[in-house]
Design a protein around this ligand. Structure first.
Ligand code: UDP
Length: 461
C-alpha cells in the first residue's frame, strides 16, 4: 500500500494541523444521508467541515449551522433533473460538475485557512473527483454508501460479461453466480438505463478511481460482511474503514429532502406492540398502477395494521393516491395510515412496528437491522437485489417476494413475518444481529476501532 505521505507530503509540509475536510455528496437521498452523517461524525471528532453540493437536490444547510456549504452549478435542465433514469443522471453529473467542482476547490485552497484541508471525501460515484484531487495534490478518500456485497457484484461486471452472464438470459435467472455466493443471476445488481453501456462505463470508472484513491469508507459493519470485506481488502490495495452504521451516531432526519410527516408517530401510538407493518420503497423506486393495486389488496386481506409511505411519484403516471381502489381507506376503518414521507428511523424504533416491507435500499436495510425489525424484501434494482438476498438467505431475517407482485403472495408474506413462527425466528435472529452491530460501535468494537484508525489516518495527511 502506498504511503499517503509519500504522495502528498507530510502534515508539516502541508502546514498547520490539516484538520479541515471537504465532503461532496452525490445528490440522491440514499447518498446524501450517509455523507452528512459522516460529516457529523467527523465534526464530532474535531474536524472542520465544508460541504460542496450541487444545486440539484441541495441539502438544507440551516440544519447544519457548524458546517460551511458551497453550492455548485450542475448544468441540469429541468427535464434532465426530473428523469427517472438514475444512471443517465449521474453520468451527466460526472461530466457537468468537473469544472464547477474544480473551480470551487481551487477557490477554497487559494485562501489560507485556519484549519487547512486534510483531504476531500467524495461519494465513490463521483469518479471524476480523483483527477481533480490529484491535480491539487490533495488526498481523496471515498465513501461507498451501499454495502460491500453489492459493491463486489458491481465490480464483477467485466468478469460476468466475459463469462456470458451479462446481458442476463431468462433461462439463467436461477443459476448461481460464480465467485459471488449466495447470489443468483437474477440478483446481479443491474440498473435499467437507456443505454446499458452507460452503466458499465460508470461502474468501471468508479472502480478504477476507487483504486486510485487514498482510502475507502463503508457504511457497513465487519460483523455483517466479514468475508466480503476480506475480498475487498485483497482486491483493492487501499485502506478500508467499515465504520457503520452511521445513523446510529446521527439520525438521517436533518438531511431529508422531503418533509417527514410526524402524524404517523401519533397514529403508531394508538397501535398494539409489534402489530404494524411499515411499508416504504425509498426515494427512487417506482411502481406500476397494477403493482400498487396488488399492494393495497394484499395489505387489506392480511388483516394487519399498516403504515404505508406513498411518495409523490411512487406510482408511475399518478400524482399520489389516484389509483388506490375507491373507498379503500374507509374500508380499512383506521387499520391503515398513509403518508407521503415518514420519519423512518423513528417509525422503525417505535414499539408498535413489527415488520418492514422494504425495497432494501442499504440505508433502509441497515436501519431495520439496527431496530431489530424483520423484513419483507421487494428489491427493485441495483444493490437492493443483493441486499434482499443477504437479508433472506444469509442473515435469514426476512422473507423475499421473488415473483411478480400478487395480492395472495403479499398476504402470505405479511402473515409469515407478522404472526407465524417463522417470523418469530426471524425476529430472534435480527435482534441478535442488532446486538452484534451495537457492540461493534462500543469501545473496542470493530466499527469503533475502524473509526479511530480513520481519524488518525486523516490527521496524518
Ligand atoms: N426515508 C425516510 N422516510 C421515508 C422513506 C425513507 O426518511 O418515508 C429515508 C430512510 O430512512 C433512508 C433513506 O430515506 O435513510 C432511503 O435510503 P435507502 O438507501 O434505503 O433507499 P433509496 O432511497 O436510496 O432507494
Amino acid at each position: 500500500m502506498e504511503n499517503p505521505r509519500a504522495k502528498y507530503g507530510s502534515a508539516q509540509q502541508r502546514k498547520g494541523r490539516g484538520r479541515g475536510v471537504v465532503l461532496f455528496p452525490l445528490p440522491l437521498q440514499g447518498h446524501i444521508n450517509p455523507m452528512l452523517q459522516l460529516a457529523n461524525i467527523l465534526y464530532s471528532k474535531g474536524f472542520s467541515i465544508t460541504i460542496i453540493h450541487t444545486h440539484f437536490n441541495s441539502p438544507n444547510s440551516s440544519n447544519y449551522p457548524s458546517f460551511t456549504f458551497y453550492s455548485i452549478p450542475d448544468g441540469l435542465s429541468e427535464s434532465e433533473a426530473s428523469t427517472a433514469d438514475v444512471i443517465e443522471l449521474v453520468t451527466l453529473l460526472n461530466v457537468n460538475c468537473v469544472t464547477p467542482f474544480r473551480d470551487c476547490l481551487a477557490k477554497l485552497l487559494s485562501v489560507p485557512l485556519e484549519e487547512p484541508i486534510a483531504c476531500i471525501i467524495t461519494d465513490t460515484v463521483w469518479h471524476f473527483t480523483q483527477a481533480v484531487a490529484d491535480s491539487f495534490n490533495l488526498p481523496r478518500i471515498v465513501l461507498r454508501t451501499s454495502n460491500v456485497a453489492s459493491f463486489l457484484g458491481f465490480a464483477c461486471f467485466p468478469f460476468l460479461r466475459e463469462m456470458g452472464y451479462l446481458p442476463i438470459q431468462e433461462s439463467q435467472l436461477e443459476a448461481a453466480v460464480p465467485n459471488l455466493p449466495p447470489l443468483k443471476v437474477k440478483d446481479i445488481p443491474l440498473i435499467d438505463t437507456r443505454n446499458q453501456e452507460d452503466l458499465y462505463g460508470l461502474i468501471s470508472s468508479m472502480v478504477k478511481e476507487i483504486k486510485g484513491s487514498s482510502g475507502l469508507i463503508w457504511n457497513s459493519v465487519e460483523e455483517l460482511e466479514q468475508s466480503e470485506l476480506i475480498t475487498v481488502g485483497q482486491d483493492f490495495a487501499i485502506p478500508v474503514y467499515p465504520i457503520g452504521p452511521f445513523h446510529s451516531y446521527f439520525p438521517a432526519s436533518s438531511s431529508s429532502l422531503l418533509t417527514q410527516d410526524q402524524s404517523c408517530l401519533s397514529w403508531l401510538n394508538t397501535q398494539a406492540p409489534k402489530s404494524v407493518l411499515y411499508v416504504s420503497f425509498g426515494s427512487i423506486a417506482t411502481l406500476s398502477d397494477t403493482e400498487f393495486t396488488e399492494i393495497a389488496w394484499g395489505l387489506a386481506s392480511s388483516n394487519q395494521p399498516f403504515l404505508l409511505v406513498v411518495r409523490p411519484g411512487l406510482v408511475r403516471g399518478s400524482e399520489w393516491l389516484e389509483t388506490l381502489p375507491n373507498g379503500f381507506l374507509e374500508m380499512m376503518n383506521g387499520r391503515g395510515h398513509i403518508v407521503k414521507w415518514a420519519p423512518q428511523q423513528e417509525v422503525l424504533a417505535h414499539a408498535a412496528t413489527g415488520g418492514f416491507w422494504t425495497h432494501n435500499g442499504w440505508n433502509s436495510t441497515l436501519e431495520s437491522i439496527c431496530e431489530g425489525v424483520p423484513m419483507i424484501c421487494w428489491p427493485c434494482f441495483g444493490d437492493q437485489k443483493v441486499n434482499a438476498r443477504y437479508v433472506s438467505h444469509v442473515w435469514k431475517i426476512g422473507v423475499h417476494l421473488e415473483n411478480r407482485l400478487e395480492r395472495g403472495a403479499i398476504d402470505k408474506a405479511i402473515r409469515k413475518v407478522m404472526v407465524e413462527t417463522e417470523g418469530e425466528e426471524m425476529r430472534d435472529r435480527i435482534v441478535h444481529l442488532k446486538e452484534k452491530v451495537h457492540l461493534s460501535l462500543r469501545q473496542g468494537g470493530s466499527s469503533h476501532q475502524a473509526l479511530e484508525s480513520l481519524i488518525s489516518y486523516i490527521s496524518s495527511f
